[in-house]
Design a protein around this ligand. Structure first.
Ligand code: ADP
Length: 498
């Protein structure tokens, strides 16, 4: 009987389940959205029970769609939205509050306060992260302080903490297993990425009792069994990784210096830096890419806030196109950007500029500027921002990129992919399976149960759908880069600092 891997992809807006076969090809996909809860300005929550219900539903749906029974599932892998937290009662399994989502900014003031106490350098040294509300640690601290009785209950060992992987694992095993993997743990501000363990000093700084934390495991091992009441029989849960790390794995970026960029609403760039964590001098994050057996692999990570979102803006606000797929056609009406540069600093600028006061800018307009130039400038802005991050990664790691593997919705734009290759002077590779996040979790699970033999076999399976060679090595690229930097400079500090 042919066997498959079931991958659970617990995202920010939906839960998905995908069945992969041994070639790493997709057999079926099921997806269900869940509610986004905005109780106050800057707060974002999810109902953890609703997430579990949706994840269970799509798990059953996908087996039906694939026309297979649970007995042909060799293992289950989990990948998830990172940093989002939930705390529940160990006895009842009921969450204390809604899950606090990675986008939630309620702890901005707490982060400022901790920064004033001079704690950030030490936290960064140990975690590779910044003191920012984005990460789990201050969210957990907030919950314990603001939810009545939580501190007491936590001290008595009655509460369990988890990121979404841990929550799903708990539910899938009917409360038998309380574990996480190192990649998820490395986003909490509580894990020392050098030792791969929860760190006493960090726990003390953030006032978190260790008793509520899950056991930290590697990314590829049997964490527990899916309870027989769920799928009819026990199935091993054998792989877990946060979404961006899973995508790096799904792109088979196994060698030091290999990188992937996900072009979604924003961009997420991760570069494999091998067995040593590289400390960034350019405000990138250092994170654990995965751990298999005793070997920990690290990555540098950078993100662009507004990437595909700039195309949505052109579609929804400027109404220049009806669907995102029309952007290439419009941009192809002209040969180049006609001197037009768009800096989409709609919400300030991230790495390497880190300027919350920057705002969007369109510069270089002449009488001859057209919508088509604008479309081109928009696509190019995604490429420029990604190239800025790669420049930082190359400086930090001392490795120059030989190719870039890509995924995400905006990689449908051939024009953008070709521009990216030209700008970087390296090949851009678009793979056949673009569900790289779910695929990465499937690979991690499959490796642990011997469904795939080793990483070399996976690397061989990885196939390109299209290769974009870097063609334009003329002065034009130099001019483009120079003008882009100039345009970024003009966008900076636009708002008055408070
Ligand atoms: P997310 O996971 O962040 O929701 P996706 O990977 O689904 O993102 O990608 C969605 C983004 O891709 C949108 O911002 C959209 O503007 C962009 N996009 C979709 N199709 C195209 C296209 N053909 N050309 C350029 N951008 C596109």
């Amino acid at each position: 009987m042919e066997k498959y891997i079931l991958s659970l992809d617990q995202g920010t807006t939906s839960s998905r389940a995908i069945v992969f076969d041994q070639k790493g090809s997709i057999r079926a996909v099921a997806q269900q959205e869940f509610r986004q809860i905005y109780p106050q300005d800057g707060w974002v929550e999810h109902d953890a029970n609703e997430i579990w219900e949706s994840q269970k539903t799509v798990m059953l749906d996908v087996l039906e769609k694939a026309g297979i029974s649970s007995s042909s599932i060799a293992a289950v892998g989990i990948t998830n939205q990172r940093e989002t937290i939930v705390v529940w009662n160990r006895q009842t399994g009921e969450p204390l509050t809604n899950a606090i989502v990675w986008q939630d900014r309620r702890t901005a003031g707490d982060c400022d306060e901790l920064r004033k106490q001079g704690l950030e350098p030490r936290i960064t040294e140990k975690t590779g992260l910044r003191l920012d509300p984005y990460f789990s640690g201050t969210k957990l601290r907030w919950l314990l302080k603001n939810c009545e009785g939580a501190l007491d209950a936590a001290a008595k060992g009655e509460l369990a903490f988890g990121t979404m992987d841990t929550w799903l694992l708990w539910k899938l095993t009917h409360g038998k297993v309380h574990k996480t993997d190192v990649t998820n743990a490395s986003r909490t501000l509580l894990l020392n990425i050098h030792t791969g363990q929860w760190d006493e000093e960090l726990l003390e700084m953030l006032e978190i009792p260790e008793s509520m934390l899950p056991e930290v495991c590697s990314s590829s091992e049997v964490f527990g069994q899916v309870d027989a009441s769920i799928l009819g029989e026990e199935i091993p849960i054998a792989g877990i990784a946060g979404d961006q790390q899973a995508a790096l794995f799904g792109q088979a970026c196994f060698e030091q210096g290999m990188a992937k960029n996900t072009y979604g609403t924003g961009c997420f760039l991760l570069m494999n830096t091998g067995n040593k964590p590289v400390v960034s001098k350019n405000n990138l994050l250092t994170t654990i890419a995965w751990k298999i057996g005793d070997e920990t692999v690290y990555a540098l990570e950078g993100s662009v806030f507004i990437a595909g979102a700039v195309i949505q803006w052109i579609r929804d606000e400027l109404k220049m196109i009806e669907s995102a797929s029309e952007i290439d056609e419009l941009a192809a009406e002209v040969e180049d950007n006609g001197g037009l540069y768009l800096v989409p600093a709609f919400a300030g600028l991230g790495a390497p500029y880190w300027d919350p006061y920057a705002r969007g800018l369109l510069v270089g307009i002449t009488r001859g500027s057209t919508k088509a130039h604008m479309a081109r400038a928009a696509l190019e802005s995604i490429g420029f921002q990604s190239a800025d991050l790669i420049e930082c990664m190359e400086k930090d790691s001392g490795v120059s990129l030989s190719e870039l593997r890509v995924d995400g919705g905006a990689t449908k734009s051939d024009l953008l992919m070709q521009f990216q290759a030209d700008l970087l002077g390296t090949k851009v590779l678009r793979p056949q399976v673009t569900e790289t996040t779910a695929l990465g979790a499937a690979y991690l699970a499959g490796l642990a149960v011997g469904y795939w033999e080793n990483q070399a076999q996976i690397a061989q399976q990885w196939q390109t759908e299209k290769v974009f060679e870097s063609k334009d090595r003329t002065d034009k690229i130099g001019t483009l880069k120079r003008r882009w930097k100039k345009a970024v400079g003009l966008s900076r500090g636009w708002l008055d600092a408070e």
